[in-house]
Write a protein that binds this ligand. Structure first.
Ligand SMILES: Nc1nc2c(ncn2[C@@H]2O[C@H](COP(=O)(O)OP(=O)(O)OP(=O)(O)O)[C@@H](O)[C@H]2O)c(=O)[nH]1
Ligand SMILES: [Mg+2]
Length: 690
């Protein structure tokens, strides 16, 4: 393997929204000389946040990519969004990283989203380092924050530095291993200083702890340490790297992104302790021909393979596809095979992404994150490979959606354009979903949160110049019956000439929930000729599309056709269909019709503090709590809640918990609406109809 691969670092920055990832990326790019000025998120001039929707919110909505050189290493930053609304992109792009920098906010502490991002890194088995940020801010607290990290995170964080000064006086750090102290000027330039006298004792103590922790990565080192031997800086550095790569511990450093303090040392740590693509070893895939496992080493001479982590949809420039090269080497143009779509794709220009810009790349080997434009069929999650050495890598699925809105065109006639443009946006963001609901005749746009869906509509307007309106969707209620009845449906018409005659008796009875519809032919003695029996069933099925209560589909009933009569001349399929539908309506009216509503299974994760509020709120939403569990310092509530009460949960939970609560949900079953509420719904629907 070439020397070059060892000099690549692909690092993702993860944390909850506002922890300072974009600011940190900005400082790294500036300190490495990649950019000429230090932008600020508030001023909308950072390298990583540039989409209008990001500038307006002063928050990242999509992962940004950039490179910098540091100590002869090529470092690719992936600045992920920390807002749960955009977490699907965070998780997808994280797959391209070899190591992760978890930014921990020294003021607000560790929010649930930081924990979730930590779990993503664990899912991909990625080595991590921690950057404790915002130490210059009022109410920042280094020890409290580190303690919190130790309580929450596994593998255990170990501290490599101590801060010099607090809040506005924060000005530098002491590196525990070397025992050196650094103070920073306004430009992020470090100056070596004496360790402040009042810190000497703390530095000594922490250093002892640290060496003990680091030595754990290496049995031989532990032994020598216990025998009282002094370990060299080189030995400690090697053990630090080994322990980080092996996910035995997570080294933590500290600083301030916006004051540009400690960033150079973090960049050193990234080079020293985070893996190169070569350290990650072989990646496992599947041979599409045999379904057997295959391995690909990050070898530039091996056949090309890579996987797509992100797609951008541009109405003019077309699609931009971001992928990570796993094996082999690509030239500036060429052809590769999409193993998921089983098709070849051509590209004319390999691109490197530097924030907003794309620059021509001269080639790409293992570990490179690059992009190409205008692929025809490739989407996020696909594997690209050499035609002669096919392989499919398993990529993560988009996160499941949590909230839906009915979508309508603002101007009549724009409907087609909205749907064609939206389907392009869906390529860019596979966690958005578009569904046509037959019960309500609505088109639903679903996403991870209200802000997610609203942002999609903003993008639709900006990128495709078409405006859509979002409405709370209608609940897809259904109807059913609760009693067994037997009725006659008779259709008889004598309008001169040929008449119409159909006569059937049916028994209608409830079926267990979820069983749908069952038809039983119990006719004996040919009282209704065989040819007319399917017509009766058809009449019932068609009529059941509009229930008798409020016109919702009627389900979960059994209709048994047991008797009837016919007329040799006037009977027809049509007449028996009408008879079937008359029988259905009559039966429903007599069989105690009831309204059904969809019930969702939900799992809510929240810090303990908000439990009371959340339980009270669930109660007011007619929720049934099924169980509670503790996960670390979070509580997990499992409940079932009617969809009708849960459609706006995403923003409500956000405001109830200050963004610290999270939930997931999926459809569970249909259940009867309590009668008082059902009455109101029926009244409302029938009023609107009138
Ligand atoms: N005082 C101080 N402010 C900081 C620091 N780092 C970030 N900030 C501020 O915190 C806010 C959020 O910073 P961002 O860099 O946008 O945070 P982020 O993690 O990228 O957030 P998302 O993109 O929403 O996930 C901005 O107003 C920054 O100026 C810091 O070290 N010190
Ligand atoms: Mg950001």
């Amino acid at each position: 393997m070439s020397e070059k691969i060892e000099r690549i670092r692909n690092l993702a920055l993860v944390a909850h929204s506002g922890a300072g990832k974009t600011s940190l990326a900005e400082a790294m790019l500036y300190d490495s000389g990649t950019t000429k000025r230090l932008g600020r998120v508030e001023d909308g001039n950072t390298a990583m946040d540039f989409e209008p929707e990001e500038l307006r919110r002063t928050s990242s909505i999509s992962s940004g990519f950039h490179q910098y050189e540091w100590k002869k290493h090529t470092n690719s930053i992936i600045d992920t969004p920390g807002d749960q609304n955009f977490f699907s992109d965070t998780r997808s792009c994280l797959q391209a990283a070899d190591g992760v920098v978890v930014v921990v906010d020294a003021v607000d502490g560790i929010k649930v989203q930081t924990e979730q991002a930590w779990d993503f890194a664990a899912e991909f088995n990625q080595p991590c380092v921690i950057f404790i940020n915002k130490l210059d801010r009022e109410r920042a607290d280094f020890s409290r924050t580190f303690q919190e990290a130790v309580e929450i995170f596994k593998p255990k964080p170990i501290i490599l530095q101590l801060p010099i000064g607090t809040e506005a006086e924060f000005r530098g750090v002491v590196d525990l291993i070397s025992g050196q102290a650094f103070e920073y000027d306004e430009n992020g330039k470090a100056k070596k200083i004496e360790v402040p006298a009042d810190m000497k004792e703390a530095v000594e103590n922490e250093k002892e702890n640290l060496i003990e922790n680091i030595a754990e990565a290496d049995d031989e080192l532990v032994e020598r340490y216990l025998e009282g031997e002094v370990l060299t800086e080189q030995e400690l550095a090697a053990a630090l790297r080994k322990g980080t790569l092996g996910r035995i511990f997570v080294p933590a450093v500290c600083g301030s992104a916006t004051r540009n303090i400690g960033i150079d040392l973090l960049m050193d740590l990234i080079v020293d302790a985070l893996p190169s693509p070569a350290d990650q070893g072989a990646k496992i895939g599947i041979d599409p021909a045999t379904g057997k496992e295959l391995e690909r080493l990050p070898d530039p001479e091996a056949p090309f393979s890579g996987f797509v982590v992100k797609t951008l949809a541009d109405p003019y420039a077309g699609r931009l596809t971001f992928f990570k090269v796993v094996s082999g080497t690509l030239g500036t143009d060429g052809t590769f095979y999409n193993a998921n779509k089983e098709t070849k794709e051509r590209f004319n220009q390999l691109l490197t992404i530097t924030g907003k810009e794309q620059k021509p790349a001269s080639g790409a080997g293992p570990g490179a994150i690059v992009a190409v434009a205008k692929l025809k069929e490739t989407v996020t999650g696909d594997t690209l490979c050499d035609d002669a050495a096919k392989i499919v890598y398993q990529c993560v699925d988009p996160l499941p959606s949590l909230i839906s809105f009915a979508i309508e065109a603002k101007s009549k006639g724009d409907e087609d354009k909205i749907f064609s443009s939206l389907s392009k946006l869906l390529e860019e963001d596979p966690s958005l979903k578009l569904d046509r609901i037959s019960e309500t005749k609505e088109i639903l746009l679903s996403g991870l949160g209200q802000i997610h869906v609203e942002t999609a509509i903003e993008k639709l307007k900006r990128k495709f110049n078409v405006e859509a309106l979002l409405k709370t969707p209608k609940v897809p209620y259904r109807e059913t019956i609760k009693k067994k009845v037997r009725v006659q449906g008779k259709h008889k018409k004598q309008t001169g000439g040929h008449g119409q005659y159909g006569d059937c008796w049916i028994q209608m009875e409830p079926l267990p929930r979820g069983q749908g519809f069952e038809f039983v032919d119990a006719i004996v003695g040919g009282v209704i000729p065989k040819t007319y029996i399917p017509a009766v069933e058809k009449g019932i099925v068609e009529a059941s599309q509009k229930g008798v209560l409020a016109g919702f589909t009627c389900v979960d009933f059994k209709a048994t056709l047991d008797y009837g009569s016919f007329h040799a001349v006037d009977s027809s399929e049509m007449a028996f269909k009408v008879a079937g539908s008359l029988a259905f309506k009559k039966a429903c009216e007599e069989a105690q019709p009831a309204l059904l509503e969809p019930i969702m299974s939900v799992t809510i994760t929240t810090p303990e503090d908000f439990m009371g509020d959340i339980m009270g709120d669930l109660n007011s939403r007619r929720g049934k709590v099924l169980g509670m569990d503790t996960a670390g310092r979070n509580q997990i509530i499992k409940a079932q809640v009617p969809l009708a009460e849960f459609q706006t949960y995403a923003p409500d939970l956000r405001s109830m918990t200050g963004g610290r609560g999270m939930y997931s949900m999926e459809f569970s079953h249909y259940d009867e609406v309590p009668s008082q509420i059902a009455e109101k719904i029926v009244e409302e629907v029938n009023k609107n109809k009138a």
